[in-house]
Design a protein around this ligand. Structure first.
Ligand code: SDX
Length: 425
């Protein structure tokens, strides 16, 4: 193994420092700067963490140049076509795919903890009917620590696993309950005999008045979308969960912080923003006007669902989601917004502005069209992302808490404020 190092020299002081370079399984090696400030008297400065690795992780790898994504070494294309979401949850948490018996046991555990505490259900009554479901989910998930405090010793692996099961099991129940609250319908209790995706559709669209038949096309589409959104290395919301969790707070609080971060339109809120944008564009003829807005530095408008911090080639998830959209629309009927989206992609990908900046459709560009076809309202698009990403968040949290070298995350800064002065009174 080469003892690889990087040497930095300060042109002002003439001082040098050698920093060890640590190799990675895939992707860029890292320069360990842990001793930099102590020995060299400088901080690194990297707003937005464009060139910063915050941790080491064995969960997910993505290659932005090649447009590759893998969970625990398995390519996303294989997971999306050969596995169920619960198999992927097992894989992410345990590091290996389950055998038949392991899968049956895991599925039973998850599908037998889908109820939320009856008092927790009453929290919904405190929200206005028009409360955004992401506001409700942030509050409800954070309050779960007051209901499930029997297994909150974060140093106990079994407690961490039970909490993960509770979060995976109950997130669809909470999300669907938020939807039912917003339309004034009675909350539908989960059915443990259904699949994970089927149960979610049941809780969203069934009513006590008549039998609800689950459409297998919708059930499969939801299950694959959950797989595609399950994890994505150190994205903003996962990094939020890690930073919050590094203080030793309980996992429900850390996940609630992740939900809050995901809500932003630059992150998971983009799927809702894409639908609003496509509706705003309205017709294919208006596309050029919006492309011009997106390129105008004086206009805050961005092409929602386009661009990515890591993918500088296509987002492999966007390609898979576009395929699901074709299948769903073939069953549920065409959607003019899909034509606008396809034409928008065609025009943007030929435009020098987008080509130079390597801006491609990301995971959020087509997903909303599928949700719309399945009659899932726009405000529920990001909660769909929450249901999927819960396994990613709690797996990263578990990886961090299990690390014997865990330190609280505490970045420094470049101070540019006033010099010292006295109060004159
Ligand atoms: C997700 O990180 C993850 O992994 C996230 C995610 C996950 O699974 O967890 O993949 C999920 O969040 C996907 C991204 C969803 N967000 C959107 O679709 C919102 C629209 N996209 C942009 O806001 C933006 O592309 C980001 C936030 C996604 C990435 O921003 P970066 O990496 O900070 O890029 P940047 O802002 O530095 O942009 C570089 C250039 C700039 O132009 P210049 O200053 O160089 O002239 O590209 C331009 C930007 O203005 N640009 C865009 C654009 N995205 C970037 N211009 C128009 N439209 C866009 N969408």
């Amino acid at each position: 193994m080469i003892d690889r190092k990087v040497t930095l020299t300060d042109s002002l002081t003439g001082k040098s420092v050698e920093l060890p370079v640590l190799d990675a399984t895939y992707g860029d090696a890292v320069m360990d700067i842990g001793k930099l400030n102590k020995e060299f008297g400088l901080f690194t400065y990297d707003p937005g963490f464009v060139s910063t690795a915050s941790c080491e992780s064995a969960i997910t790898y993505l290659d932005g140049e090649k447009g590759e994504l893998m969970y625990r070494g398995y390519p996303i294309e294989q997971l999306a076509t050969k596995c169920s979401f619960l198999e992927v949850c097992y894989l992410l948490w345990n590091g290996e795919l389950p055998n038949k018996n392991e899968y049956i046991e895991f599925r039973n555990i998850i599908m037998h903890h889908t109820l939320m505490h009856e008092t927790l259900r009453m929290f919904l009554d405190g929200f206005r009917y028009d409360a955004h479901p992401m506001a409700m989910m942030t509050g409800i998930v954070g309050s779960m620590a007051s209901f499930y405090q029997d297994k909150l010793d974060i140093n106990d692996p079994e407690h961490r696993m039970i909490t993960a099961h509770r979060l995976i099991s109950k997130m669809p129940t909470i999300a669907a309950a938020c939807y039912k609250h917003s339309i004034g319908q009675p909350i539908m209790y989960p059915r443990n005999d259904l699949s994970y995706a089927g149960n979610f559709l049941h809780m969203m669209f069934a009513t006590p008045c008549k039998e609800y038949i689950i459409d297998p096309v919708a059930e499969e589409a939801i299950d694959v979308l959950l797989i595609l959104h399950a994890d994505h290395e150190q994205n903003a919301s996962t990094s939020t969960v890690r930073l919050a969790g590094s203080s030793g707070t309980n996992p429900f609080a850390a996940i609630a912080a992740g939900i809050a971060c995901l809500w932003g339109p630059a992150h998971g809120g983009a799927n809702e923003a894409v639908l609003k944008m496509l509706n705003q564009i309205g017709t294919v003829d208006n596309i050029d006007k919006f492309i011009a807005k997106a390129k105008d530095k004086d206009d805050p408008f961005r092409l929602m669902g386009f661009g990515h911090r890591v993918y500088k080639n296509f987002d492999p998830r966007a390609k898979l989601i576009k395929g699901i959209a074709d299948k769903v629309l073939a069953k549920y009927g065409d959607d003019p917004l899909m034509h606008i989206a396809i034409r928008l992609e065609e025009i943007a990908l030929k435009d020098q502005y987008f080509i130079e900046r390597k801006l491609y459709p990301n995971v959020d560009f087509y997903s909303g069209i599928i949700y719309k076809a399945l009659k899932i309202p726009v405000t529920m698009f990001t909660p769909m992302f929450v249901i999927a990403r819960t396994i990613g968040w709690i797996t990263h949290w578990n990886e961090m808490i299990s690390d014997p070298n865990l330190k609280i995350g505490r970045p420094r800064q470049r101070y540019i404020g006033p010099t010292e002065r006295d109060i004159k009174k």
